[in-house]
Design a protein around this ligand. Structure first.
Ligand code: NAD
Length: 264
């Protein structure tokens, strides 16, 4: 899995065609979509039009909350593949755990079946808290390849990252730039960016890469799409990393996975 990919949340289907095409031209090969983003069709169109061989692409999509349950998940997966126009996805994720509904174990067994059929090359979860992940690992046979969680310098998720490392689950950071809200103007971050003659967004993405996170920054602005992938030719030193570590407030921008039940 490429450590840096392109996220398309909140990009309308028709705009996704253009944004994904721009990302592929800029060199991204991994795209993160979801059934609920309502842009699997546009994403698939851009992938097909690019002419890039399928095996060089890494496509992730996610099962929406209303489709949890074993049989519903199998059906939802077929629908996603159809909209993407693909024979397989590289990674299929359960979007949210919905603990009060208590269907994620059953749902994950459907993902194991999809994996065994080769229609997803890897399966995993998103927004799973440590207790959900521990239970899943205890009750099913395939360790999730990935847990995609909200993670940025203001929510560094040390506990989750340590658990993932122990279980052999890759940590994938959603909203890696803190949704561009506030974080990118924080003076300590701006100072590190100046020191390296880089942008704050590039410094944040570099911080993720050095921590070992997979990142999927989103933008529909071509110059930013390109900027966000130009992060493999510089390195943060210990002092920079310490300056970013000091920004951790343990504050979520998104919902608490223990409570979130939209669509369930
Ligand atoms: P992000 O942290 O990637 O921030 C995106 C926003 O930051 C952009 O809309 C823009 O306003 C700004 N931005 C982007 N590049 C910039 C740059 N170079 N300079 C200045 N500003 C810049 O936020 P996101 O879209 O929430 O998260 C990224 C991806 O993560 C999503 O597109 C989606 O694929 C995924 N995601 C998953 C979940 C989940 O529940 N699994 C939830 C949210 C997002």
């Amino acid at each position: 899995m490429p450590q840096l990919g392109f996220g398309v949340w909140q990009v309308p289907d028709d705009e996704a065609v253009k944004a994904v095409a721009t990302a592929l031209e800029a060199g991204y090969r991994s795209i993160d979509t979801a059934a609920v983003y309502a842009n699997e069709r546009g994403t698939g169109q851009a992938l097909a039009a690019s002419g890039i061989p399928r095996e060089e692409l890494f496509v992730t999509t996610k099962l929406w909350n209303s489709d949890q349950g074993h049989d519903a998940a199998l059906h939802a997966f077929d629908t996603s593949l159809d909209r993407l126009g693909l024979d397989y996805v590289d990674l299929y994720l359960i979007h949210w755990p919905l603990p009060a509904k208590d269907t994620y174990v059953d749902t994950y067994r459907a993902l194991e079946k999809i994996l065994s059929e080769g229609r997803a090359k890897a399966i995993g979860v998103s927004n799973f808290l440590p207790e959900h992940l521990e239970r899943l690992v205890a009750e099913t046979s395939v360790v999730p390849a990935v847990n995609q969680i909200e993670l940025h310098p203001q929510l560094a998720q040390a506990e989750a990252r340590a658990l993932h490392a122990r279980l052999g689950v890759a940590t994938e950071a959603w909203s890696p730039l803190g949704q561009g809200r506030g974080l990118l103007d924080v003076p300590a971050l701006v100072a590190v960016a100046r020191k390296h003659d880089r942008t704050p967004a590039q410094v944040v993405l570099r911080w993720h890469l050095q921590l070992g996170n997979v990142v999927i920054p989103k933008s529909v602005t071509p110059s930013r799409i390109r900027e966000n992938i130009e992060v493999f030719d510089f390195e943060l030193d210990a002092e920079d990393v310490a300056a970013l570590a000091a920004l951790d407030e343990g504050r979520r921008l998104g919902p608490d996975p223990a409570e979130f039940h939209v669509g369930a």
